[in-house]
Design a protein around this ligand. Structure first.
Ligand SMILES: Cc1cc2nc3c(=O)[nH]c(=O)nc-3n(C[C@H](O)[C@H](O)[C@H](O)COP(=O)(O)OP(=O)(O)OC[C@H]3O[C@@H](n4cnc5c(N)ncnc54)[C@H](O)[C@@H]3O)c2cc1C
Length: 369
């Protein structure tokens, strides 16, 4: 019997396993396989792979620095914000680290102590309470197996099975479908673009350069026209002057947008959620790594004195993170209100005078200044 079964070896699950693995008899279970490099482009997890300043700060706090293998190219210092409908554009200085998401997850998992059992290519199907522990039913290569654990941690991301089973009576964050394509490009992009267009989504779309490719992505409300909206994004990008060719890889995933504080669920009955499964993600930028790290750190701290009563400690420790989420919800109301956003963009406040002109960069002329 395990003390703790962690479902999900993403940034939240691996960080938690690294921090508690020596103290408790722990297993970490993931449906992905981390030893086989994905055959084509992409990372096995649909993601932009940008490490934002808040996430960089969390790595620093955990005394971690990134190995070279995790880095992608180019490194990015500019966000190009484009409002398609108002034909407005501004550039903002931001310091992201452009990463290979698969290598990032692999590296975080490699830091987990050897005392932890790592079980890959295995999916949690369900679990049930049995006196003082849980019986988990797992599926691996079409075969069902069971393991027992005193505590279950759902670090299983936006589509959390643990949350669905154990917190089904609690409000869920709003769900979006994110669609990404990796496309060929000869466009030497030096920026990450965030695109606002209410015909496509009430959230945002993006392009991210990755070596010889460019990721085109959007987060749209689920529905039969989700892919049509993605195609609309591509056609508007082309009209705007973005140059791209053949699709090299397609991927999709759910992404959560926490719109109210009661959509965050943390812990009860010896079950806890961490990272995006709990609802910890920025509703203004969809940045999730810093929240995965922070919530895993708080969960590890609440487990340190022992399993008894960790749920209340975790709820208390995550107070500052909830406050931060409230701020992001407020920020999201500002950014995603078309009138306020265009007023802010028109002032040019905090923007940088960069022009993407054909003679300088190969791009179409824009009103970025
Ligand atoms: C398109 C897209 C782009 C994004 N870009 C960025 C970005 O650039 N920067 C950023 O900071 N954030 C980004 N995010 C958000 C970020 O990816 C997540 O918030 C972050 O990965 C959350 O970490 P996590 O560990 O909580 O969950 P995840 O990283 O989602 O990890 C969950 C793990 O659980 C496993 N799992 C799920 N269900 C089961 C099951 N039933 N059984 C076994 N294993 C299971 C999965 O395989 C996965 O490994 C993006 C999200 C999307 C969808």
């Amino acid at each position: 019997m395990y003390d703790i079964a962690i479902i999900g070896a993403g940034p939240a699950g691996s960080t938690l396993a690294r921090l508690i693995g020596e103290q408790f008899n722990t297993v970490i279970i993931d449906k992905r396989c981390f030893s086989d490099m994905p055959a084509d482009y992409g990372s096995g997890k649909c993601c932009g792979g940008l490490l934002a300043p808040d996430a960089q700060a969390m790595l620093a706090k955990m005394h971690l620095s990134l190995p070279h293998s995790v880095l992608s190219e180019p490194q990015i210092f500019v966000v190009r914000a484009i409002d398609f409908q108002r034909n407005l554009e501004r550039c903002y200085q931001r310091y992201y680290i452009n990463m290979n998401r698969w290598q990032f997850d692999r590296w975080l998992l490699s830091l987990v102590p050897s005392a932890v059992d790592v079980v890959e290519k295995t999916t949690l199907k369900t679990f049930e309470r049995q006196s003082d522990h849980y019986k988990l039913t797992l599926s691996s290569h079409g075969q069902l197996q069971t393991v027992k654990a005193k505590v279950i941690i759902g670090a299983d991301g936006a589509f959390s099975r643990v949350r669905k089973i154990a917190f089904c009576d609690r409000p869920f964050p709003k769900k979006y479908i994110s669609i990404q394509q990796w496309v060929q490009t000869d466009d030497d992009q030096s920026y990450f673009s965030s695109i606002f267009d209410s015909d496509i989504t009430d959230y945002y779309s993006w392009t991210i350069p990755k070596r010889d490719a460019m990721i085109i992505g959007t987060a749209v409300e689920p529905g039969p026209d989700a892919f049509d909206k993605f195609l609309l994004l591509k056609s508007r990008l082309k009209k705007y002057g973005f140059r791209f060719g053949e699709v090299m890889h397609r991927e999709g995933a759910h992404i959560l947008r926490t719109e109210r504080l009661n959509q965050i669920s943390t812990a009860r009955n010896s079950i806890a959620l961490t990272g995006e499964a709990a609802g910890f993600i920025s509703s203004s930028s969809a940045e999730g790594f810093s929240y995965a790290f922070r919530s895993a750190l708080m969960l590890a701290k609440s487990l340190r004195p022992g399993l008894k009563g960790f749920e209340n400690r975790y709820r208390a420790y995550t107070g500052p993170l909830r406050t931060n989420i409230v701020f992001k919800i407020f920020k999201s109301h500002v950014i995603y209100n078309p009138h306020i956003r265009s007023a802010i963009m028109r002032t040019g406040i905090t923007s940088m005078p960069i022009k993407y002109q054909p003679e300088l960069t190969g791009h179409v002329a824009t009103n970025c200044v």
